[in-house]
Each structure stands twice: as C-alpha cells, then as structure tokens.
Unconditional design. Structure first.
Length: 267
C-alpha cells in the first residue's frame, strides 16, 4: 500500500549565526499509510513539530526526501490540513464565517460555503453556535471550530501539532473522542504530535518515539493493538492499555530524563 506520508532519511538543520549548523533531526525514516493514525511522542526539543513541519512543506530537509502519496514534496503540502496548538480563528468573524472561509478562498460561492460550514459545525457538536464570535466560545468550543475549519476542505492527510495542549484534562478527553468519531467516518491519514503518552496510545494505531535532541532520531515504533472504536477515557482503564503504556514509557522515560538533566557547572 502506498504511503500517504513518507520521510526517508530526513535530516533537518538550522543555521545559527557564528556557529556550525544545528541539526535538530537526523536520519528520520517514517511512513504513514492512508487511513493510518500515527502519533509522535518525545521529550521537549526532540524535533516532533519539526518533523510535522517537514511533512507540511513548511520546512525543507537539509538531507533526505519527503514523499506525499508517493511523490516528492515540493513546496507546501496541499494534500494536508494542519491543526496547530493555537487556533487560527479570526476574532472579527463568527464561527460560521471562520469555517466557511476555508472554502471561500478556494473559490466556493459564499452561500454554498456557509451551508457547508453550518453542516460542519453540527458535526463537531456546535449546532446553533454559528453566529458566535471566538471570544464568546470556550477553549474547547474554539478548538471544535478550528477542527471544522480544517476538515471542511476534506484534506487527505491531517497534521496535528499538540492540538489539545491548551485544554483542561476533561475537555481533552472529550476532544479526543470527537476526533476519533470524525476520523472513524473517513479514515484520513493522521500524523499527531503530543507530549502526552496516554493521549498518543488512546488515539493512535502506532506510537513513534523520538530521542532527545539535538540529532534527534526515531528510536521506537510501537503498534497499538487496541480495538476500535475506542472511548478515550475508558480505554485507559484496561490492562492491555496499561501494559502498552509501561512498555513505551520504559523507553521514553530515559529520553525525558536526558532532556531535563542539568549539568553541573565546571569546577
């Protein structure tokens, strides 16, 4: 089966004035099949968002290749929708207009775009909220609007960078269930970045582990054989979930400790 996203021996380096280039990610090999949900987990600074930006075409690798549906990526990945940690809602537009604009800028007539926006607001549980402005919505409601804003364009690939990070624990569970419900309907390829190992396991088909940076590398790729459909809060209570979590945390813990280690000053 052809991969929706494939990274082949990808290095990503950044120029630093007066210093040698800083290599954030080294030799990354990662493949996400069509319809597959893959989560990337790693310590702070391990290059999770950097890999996601390479898949989005926002960063050009210094070495290696990014393939989208088998073709080398050149410029922005127009097959993907990108959901950032901070939403991209325009405060002067209503929820309906914020969702509709994704279609309007692509040439969809306004009346049709608004009708589709209303349908998507209903799908994300916001029927009747179309006339509200972002400041009138809770954090979870704004995140629902942001999801509708991305999904209304029907991208083949969904790139998600800590999308539920700013939310409280209870809202994160609700948003996780909503995401799985929407994903279950059309099975887009998903590349999901998170710091939360429990979230990664409960949502995904595979969990990929990055080492501490710089020169971060993929050091683990764990299949998640939990049955679907899943309830995010309930699945965490099962013995199978706990066993998977223990196995992955055994590898991830060492990397997290390395990332937060403080070197003693030279004497």
């Amino acid at each position: 089966m052809q991969s929706a996203v494939q990274l082949k021996q990808v290095d990503i380096s950044f120029s630093v004035s007066g210093r040698p280039p800083f290599r954030a990610v080294a030799g990354a090999d990662l493949s996400v099949a069509a319809g597959e949900f893959v989560a990337i987990v790693g310590p702070t600074g391990s290059g999770k968002s950097t890999l996601l930006n390479a898949a989005a075409g926002l960063l050009r690798p210094s070495a290696g290749t990014v393939l989208i549906e088998g073709k080398p990526l050149d410029g922005l990945n127009r097959r993907a929708g990108y959901l950032f940690q901070a939403d991209a809602l325009m405060p002067w537009k209503t929820a309906r207009d914020n969702v509709a604009i994704s279609l309007e800028i692509a040439g969809t007539p306004r009346r049709e775009a608004l009708a589709q926006a209303d349908a998507w607001l209903t799908r994300v549980g916001l029927h009747g909220f179309g006339d509200r402005y972002p400041h009138m919505l809770s954090g979870g409601q704004r995140k629902r609007v942001a999801m509708a804003q991305v999904l209304i364009r029907d991208p083949a690939i969904l790139l998600m960078d800590e999308p539920f990070g700013p939310l409280d624990a209870q809202t994160r569970l609700i948003m996780g269930d909503l995401l799985l419900d929407l994903w279950q309907q059309d099975r887009k390829a998903v590349l999901f970045v998170t710091h939360d190992l429990e979230e990664a396991i409960s949502l995904s088909d595979r969990v990929v582990i990055l080492s501490t940076g710089p020169d971060a590398r993929i050091i683990g790729d764990f299949p998640i054989p939990l049955e679907r459909p899943r309830d995010v809060s309930e699945i965490k209570l099962t013995a199978e979930f706990q066993n998977i979590h223990r196995d992955i945390w055994h590898l991830l813990k060492d990397q997290v400790l390395k990332a937060y280690a403080v070197k003693e000053p030279a004497r």
